[in-house]
Design a protein around this ligand. Structure first.
Ligand SMILES: *Cc1c(COP(=O)(O)O)cnc(C)c1O
Length: 360
């Protein structure tokens, strides 16, 4: 969509992004900090994010090769790590041609690797399952997997694992997972990567040769526990405008299903954003939005294209006023709590019809 009459947009602050990257990279000064750009850079527009970071970041990571090819089409030349590795044998050829590093996590991928001639000479990462039980070789399988790699393939190998509970600082599971990975790292004397955002912030002992920075790069904290000297800066501000104002009497309702009734004479503002834009349909009545320096509650159900806000307690509300759904003035975590989800999901579900506009 090139013509935009509706003002609903996600404003992307690339200066904030770069500051977050530099701040977190400094927290782990002996590690290389990979910027994770999967899911269209957590909904922030991977091309814009990659261009803002390309001169500062060695390595980007995405989930699967299609996302990496899209970065190349957009003129990004950095090495890209493919976190779920090849989905097809032909992905190895593409990886070699395009300088993608491949994470291998299963035997079928090792079979493909061995069937390739000449030998695959790109960088290989091996995923080890230390307790997440989602992807990766079991610790006992690693000997066997190693024996199937060539000396050249082993020489640059990175062993990698993923925390299941690094957002909970009183949990013992991360130490256990880290110990399992580190035992393999000493045995094979290779590089390693363990930490995601929560690992980088909460478990300094997990900082490896490479850390994989996702959520915190976008200015959202992976847990309320993270002791940050400098708060992260939210990169996305989701905003929309008031397109109608109504006053309803006591007992009148608003929206589908009549789920909310006015307890007093109420000014209702209708805002041009709905679940087709990625605002969560199950956001409860009372979920805050930010208008003209103050918070006001969502009332009634979220519709496909609209939400309604009780603006009775705010002054000078007019048609056209900008409403922040989340961002610099209103933490996305609050919206996530009010809609039974997590910030990751909200960010990645901002839909295509919402333009991503660079701030400034
Ligand atoms: C998404 C992902 C990350 C980044 O996680 P955050 O919690 O967003 O920092 C790191 N590693 C792997 C394997 C991932 O899939």
């Amino acid at each position: 969509m090139n013509y935009t009459s509706r003002l609903t947009q996600a404003v992307i602050d690339l200066d904030a992004l770069v500051k977050n990257y530099q701040y977190i990279d400094n927290l782990a000064s002996n590690s290389n900090t990979i910027a994770v750009l999967k899911g269209d850079a957590y909904g922030h527009d991977a091309s814009k994010v990659a261009h803002a970071l390309s001169s500062k970041v060695n390595l980007f990571a995405v989930a699967f090769i299609d996302e990496a090819i899209a970065l190349r089409s957009n003129g990004i030349n950095n090495t890209v790590l493919i976190l779920e590795g090849p989905f097809k044998a032909s992905d190895f050829k593409l990886a070699l041609e395009n300088n993608f590093s491949l994470m291998l996590h299963s035997d079928y991928q090792i079979k493909w690797l061995k069937s390739i001639t000449p030998e695959f000479s790109g960088d290989i990462w091996l995923k080890v399952d230390t307790g997440m039980n989602r992807l990766g070789f079991q610790v006992e399988q690693i000997d066997n997997v190693m024996s199937q790699l060539s000396a050249q393939q082993r020489s640059n190998l990175v062993l990698c694992s993923h925390f299941s509970t690094a957002d909970q600082i009183d949990c013992t599971q991360p130490d256990k997972q880290l110990a399992e990975l580190k035992a393999l790292v000493s045995k094979y004397n290779c590089k390693y990567s363990m930490a995601n955002s929560a690992g980088i912030l909460n478990w300094p002992a997990s900082h490896g040769d490479h850390n994989r920075l996702g959520l915190a790069l976008y200015g959202v904290s992976p847990s309320s526990d993270s002791p940050l000297s400098q708060p992260l800066i939210p990169v996305m501000t989701l905003q929309a405008n008031i397109i109608a104002l109504h006053t309803v009497k006591v007992g009148e309702s608003v929206g589908y299903g009549d789920t909310w009734q006015a307890q007093r004479e109420t000014q209702l503002a209708t805002v041009a954003i709905g679940y087709a834009d990625g605002y969560p349909r199950n956001a409860k009545s009372g979920t805050p939005v930010f208008i003209k320096g103050a918070l006001a509650p969502l009332v009634g159900r979220v519709s496909m294209d609209m939400i309604t806000i009780d603006t009775t307690d705010l002054k000078h509300i007019t048609i056209g006023d900008t409403v922040e759904l989340w961002g610099k003035n209103l933490s996305i975590d609050i919206i996530a709590q009010n809609s039974d989800t997590i910030s990751y999901e909200l960010l990645t579900r901002v839909s295509k019809r919402v333009p991503k506009v660079v701030a400034g």
